[in-house]
Design a protein. Structure first.
Length: 281
């Protein structure tokens, strides 16, 4: 056979192999494009990012495990902090799918700013308590004792819902304990912490004589280090917690699923376990 004809046939075969390989690769890529977290695939996955009030730490950790079991290809990432700080993050464009606040005020602002998809739902309620070290060095037996001289009181930072609720309680108490009561208590504040869990921790480690926290902050891991002083029911507040998917959510489908879980019977059971009150009550 003519050598030139042999080379021509070999070159033709090589070109054919390259073309066939390219077609096979293209077909593989288009088939794989339907997976992941997009809505076109048969399964939903990805990372669900939640911004939640710090008082939800334990409950949302448990719910996160449940959600990942129900959605095996999904990872739940929860960023916890003061509701006011979380709102500021959302306003500044922080990537997130869900916002769960410890107060209506922050959620109302998010709605007003057009940051929320749909209508927020109140999914749980909470109440405040006073926490003191187990040995109670300041001998605090009730709310009235927070006004005693030299009591080292710690509060969450200004505009944090837990601190705002504490001020509301003290304002109510003025009518019972005297008009100067609130100011006397506030004069005992020695520190303001980033969020309610941080203020509770100051009592846990013995750096403070007392703090205001939520019932949900009295968790099993600290019960041997602190004791609870109840706040009279007529002076206490009921904190309502709203939740909503965010307008710029990267995973809107997962966000809706999370809200559905939190508001479901299963979700409410978990929240009740962590000392929250059902939203319906």
């Amino acid at each position: 056979m003519d050598p030139r004809r042999v080379w021509s046939l070999a070159l033709l075969l090589l070109v054919l192999v390259i073309v066939l390989a390219g077609c096979g690769s293209s077909g593989s890529n288009s088939g794989g494009g339907n997976g992941g977290s997009g809505e076109g695939g048969g399964q939903q996955g990805g990372t669900l990012t939640i911004l939640a009030a710090s008082s939800l730490t334990d409950a949302f950790a448990e719910l996160g495990n449940i959600f990942e079991q129900q959605n095996p290809t999904t990872t739940v990432k929860t960023s916890l902090g003061a509701s006011s700080d979380l709102l500021a993050q959302i306003q500044q464009g922080a990537p997130a799918d869900v916002f769960a606040s410890a107060a209506q005020e922050e959620m109302n602002t998010a709605v007003k700013d057009g940051l929320v998809a749909g209508k927020p739902e109140v999914f749980v309620k909470n109440r405040e308590i006073i926490m003191v070290p187990k040995h109670n060095p300041a001998n605090i037996k009730g709310l009235v004792d927070l006004s005693k001289p030299n009591v080292k009181l710690v509060l969450a930072a200004k505009d944090v819902p837990a601190a705002d609720y504490a001020l509301e309680i003290l304002g109510k108490a003025n009518k019972v304990y005297g008009s100067g009561f609130k100011q006397e208590v506030l004069s005992n504040v020695v520190s303001r912490e980033a969020d309610v869990r941080a203020s509770v921790n100051r009592v846990v480690v013995g750096d403070a004589d007392a703090t205001f926290g939520y019932r949900s902050d009295y968790t099993p891991d600290i019960r041997d280090k602190v004791k609870v002083i109840p706040i009279p029911q007529n002076l206490n507040i009921i904190a309502t917690y709203p939740i909503a998917a965010l307008k710029d959510a990267k995973e809107p489908g997962l966000a809706k699923k999370w809200v559905a879980l939190v508001t479901s019977k299963e979700g409410q059971k978990v929240l009740k376990k962590w000392n929250f009150e059902p939203a319906a009550d």
